[in-house]
Design a protein around this ligand. Structure first.
Ligand code: PLP
Length: 373
């Protein structure tokens, strides 16, 4: 099945009891056992819930994975993936990852006995498998948040394989519609399903996907043991959102490209970051691993923080808010909002300046977005 068809049908089988085309939402914490141990595969909803299972099947199908595992938030999914490491192990991350991921790695990995080290996208893309450092996990986003830099996932997978490291790719920005990291060689895919997967800014949810049975079993153990599971209604809403994911991503990409092109002509904007309009090398990598350039545009406003604030407050169609990937367009100031948990000196060094504004194109008419921005 092609991906638009998978979006509609994956994980959706008519309810065997009634034939309902949309399976019921299993709002139950527990399951009747006619005799001890005589359950039907479901004992307690932290461990298994049919509505969550349907969603997990859909996410696995979209990512081309054998296993999908859902969590109460994207950060709970990040946390579960980091728990694949053991004390003494090192995780190598990009500097420009989501601020919450940076906070988790820089503040919580240490107490777990892990070591963390960071690189820029340019350095990571230039690494050779033979000279790659001895790390146990490589953590990347591509396109990165918020600067939309492109990581060469195929090449990095070769480096990971040479060192026996796990390559984890946060695919929140691209979604499986535009990029499937497991097919490019990643071991684990991460999602903040809060964003494009659910797509309507009404759910907090996270997910992991993998083809590795042993990793999946360990991640399922964390899911149950730590218990950061999503509720059935959130799973239902996310699954419903996924049905239109392909069409929403087409609209998000169209809106973002129109906004990026228009803002490239504006004198008050000194830099436009959008994967399709970036430098030639990055654009070539993006084209080789993505089927569309995504719905996010990040711009640098001349005049720094004050000018950025003025720009943000002038917007009418874009709503000033954290988050991204919903049907409505959102705008944020990464330095004080999504990336505030990254120390100021690190932010400056990697280019998250005070004049930076991140725009998430919704699915409104692109012309309205262009006129607003
Ligand atoms: N990964 C990325 C790329 C994100 O942008 C976010 C949140 O913005 C997260 C992970 C965390 O997800 P959540 O907010 O669902 O916990």
């Amino acid at each position: 099945m092609r991906i638009a068809t998978l979006c509609v049908h994956a994980g959706m089988t008519p309810d065997p009891a009634t034939g309902a085309v949309v399976p019921p939402v299993y709002l139950t914490s527990t399951y009747h056992q006619p005799k001890v141990g005589g359950h039907k595969g479901f004992e307690y909803s932290r461990t298994q819930n049919p509505t969550r299972q349907h969603l997990e099947e859909a996410i696995a199908a979209l990512e081309g994975a054998r296993h999908g595992i859902c969590f109460a938030s994207g950060m709970a999914a990040v946390d579960a993936a980091v728990r694949l490491l053991k004390p003494g192990d090192t995780v190598l991350s990009l500097y420009d990852v989501y601020g919450g991921t940076y906070r988790l790695l820089s503040r919580l990995a240490g107490p777990m006995g892990l070591k963390e080290t960071y690189l820029t996208v340019d350095k990571l893309n230039a690494m050779e498998p033979a000279s790659f450092p001895d790390v146990q996990m490589i953590w990347v986003e591509s396109p990165t948040n918020p600067l939309l830099r492109i990581v060469d996932i195929r090449r990095l997978a070769l480096c990971a394989a040479a060192k026996g490291a796990l390559l984890v790719v946060d695919n929140t920005f691209a979604t499986p519609i535009l990029q499937r990291p497991l097919a490019l060689g990643a071991a684990v895919v991460v999602h903040s399903g809060t964003k494009y997967l659910a797509g309507h800014s009404d759910v907090i949810i996270g997910a992991l996907a993998t083809n590795d049975d042993e990793l999946a079993a360990r991640l399922r153990f964390v899911q149950n043991a730590a218990g950061a599971v999503p509720g059935p209604m959130d799973c239902f809403l996310t699954h419903r959102g996924i049905k239109t994911l392909k069409h929403r991503m087409t609209a998000h990409c169209e809106g973002a490209l129109a906004v990026a092109r228009a803002l490239s002509q504006v004198r008050g904007v000194s830099r436009v970051c959008y994967p399709g309009l970036c430098d030639d090398t990055a654009a070539a990598i993006a084209r080789s691993q993505m089927e569309g350039m995504g719905g996010i545009v990040t711009i640098e406003i001349r005049g720094g923080r004050d000018a950025a604030m003025k720009f943000l407050e002038s917007l009418k169609v874009f709503t000033l808010a954290e988050s991204l990937g919903g049907v409505e367009s959102l705008a944020c100031h990464p330095a004080t909002m999504t990336h505030a948990s990254i120390p100021a000196d690190v932010r400056q060094a990697i280019g998250i300046t005070d004049g930076l504004v991140r725009l998430s194109a919704g699915i409104e008419d692109p012309q309205d977005l262009v006129e607003d921005a």
